[in-house]
Design a protein around this ligand. Structure first.
Ligand SMILES: C[S@@+](CC[C@H](N)C(=O)[O-])C[C@H]1O[C@@H](n2cnc3c(N)ncnc32)[C@H](O)[C@@H]1O
Length: 271
């Protein structure tokens, strides 16, 4: 899937270094090296607005991914994972967490950014018993994702679908709810939804300025209230502690510094 690529347009492979990209700005927040001056510039502008809470939120979000993935692999014993909006590889990646619990776990990663495709080989080094694959696709095209993922995942069995720090890049009018509904409908009972997304509930002024800075860089960002995030989980059974700032979802270590984390996270099972 990764490089079969006949169906991947050339434009999907072009790394545009003239404007910031969400995956690369996030990489900068995490201290990665796979970003460009234009990404660092936006990252620094956001950090100047919010006093450094965006890098802290990125680290807290990554830790949420690790805890949620481990909980699903260990608890309900889910062996299949579909991670959409994967980001630039950052160790440990989701498949490494899942396969450390379930060595034969099958994992499909999806992102629409060419920089993630360029680094996808790091996502494909898993256990010999398991499978990892990468699909270059847009979350707003869930039918294509499901079709491609079905080459690796058995949708007749439980799958953990993760949409982690993805949906704030997709406005409601751009199909955020439709894509979640379509993906969740395709999942078997016992499957899970892991989701985190930005909120302005705690730091409204900083988040408003951050959204404006991203918009100036040509990137759409959407903040959602607790109730709006809850709507993504309609029909699903939320696991404890429900929808909370990602740093408060079953924390294992003390929070990194004071202050709120402006990302809600939650994990739910499909009945
Ligand atoms: C903030 S990063 C999150 C990475 C990872 N999920 C994590 O939480 O650590 C968001 C990712 O979503 C991807 N993304 C944004 N919009 C997307 C879309 N419409 N389709 C697929 N991926 C998208 C970006 O390219 C980026 O890699």
């Amino acid at each position: 899937m990764t490089e079969t690529g006949a169906d991947i347009q050339d434009t999907d492979r072009v790394i545009d270094t003239t404007r910031p990209h969400p995956a690369r700005v996030y990489d900068w927040y995490l201290g990665g090296k796979d970003n460009y001056p234009v990404d660092e510039e936006l990252g620094r502008r956001i950090a100047a607005i919010d006093g450094g809470s965006a890098p802290k939120a990125a680290r807290a979000n990554r830790a949420f991914m690790r805890r949620a993935t481990r909980a699903l692999a260990a608890g309900p014993g889910i062996r299949q994972f579909l991670d959409i909006g994967t980001g630039i590889p950052t160790e440990p990646n989701l498949h490494q967490i899942a396969q450390s619990v379930v060595p034969d776990a099958r994992v499909v990663y999806v992102d629409n950014d060419p920089i993630v495709l360029a680094h996808a080989s790091a996502l494909l080094r898993g256990t010999p018993q398991g499978v990892t694959e990468y699909v270059q696709a847009d979350a707003r095209d869930p039918h294509t994702i499901l079709e491609q993922a079905a080459r690796v995942l058995d949708f007749g069995r439980p799958v953990a679908l993760s949409l982690i720090a993805l949906l704030h890049f997709v406005a409601d009018e751009d199909g955020a709810h439709d894509l979640v509904r379509t993906l969740v409908e395709a999942l078997a009972p016992g499957s899970a939804l892991v989701l985190s997304t930005m909120t302005a509930d705690f730091e409204p002024e900083n988040v408003r300025k951050g959204i404006a800075a991203y918009a100036a860089g040509g990137v759409t960002l959407v903040a959602r209230s607790h109730a709006e995030v809850g709507a993504f989980f309609d029909g699903l059974g939320l696991l404890e502690p429900g929808i909370v700032p990602v740093s408060r979802w079953r924390p294992e270590e003390p929070p990194a510094g004071d202050g709120p984390v402006s990302l809600y996270g939650g994990v739910a099972l499909k009945p």
